[in-house]
Design a protein around this ligand. Sequence first.
Ligand code: IDP
Length: 142
Amino acid sequence: MALERTLSIIKPDAVAKNVIGEIESRFEKAGLRIVAMKMQQLSREKAEGFYAEHKERPFFKDLVDFMTSGPVVVQVLEGENAILANRDLMGATNPQEAAAGTIRADFAQSIDANAVHGSDSAESAAREVSYFFADDEICPRS
Ligand code: IDP
């Protein structure tokens, strides 16, 4: 078991649905600790940089449009195997395919408006955490 940090984003659809607290509660009940957190309206530049790996994909513009359509909540989750634990809580990218009881099954409406983001590897977690947070904005609690 490894203590890890991962970047989580509550996307504009879930913020608009007023389920920020319900989603945070799932992280806490699963034993993950929120060690940094902020609400932010992403600029196009910030969203494009975040999703740079998808730049050539046909859905890139729609993804950036969506991520800048309203405020998001960005947080760092810390815990044992936090990266995989968060991906398990989120469910599959397409909510139609997400397992029952996952965040996307319960709160997402479509593959583009799918409620949450979570880092998918140790490398992307390191990059994504530092993309949003300076070291002194992270408050370790373990
Ligand atoms: P993930 O968020 O589950 O890690 P990724 O494959 O990294 O999924 O894709 C990033 C985001 O891009 C997804 O969460 C989703 O919002 C959007 N996306 C992925 N595939 C499609 C697609 O085929 N159509 C529209 N949007 C997509």
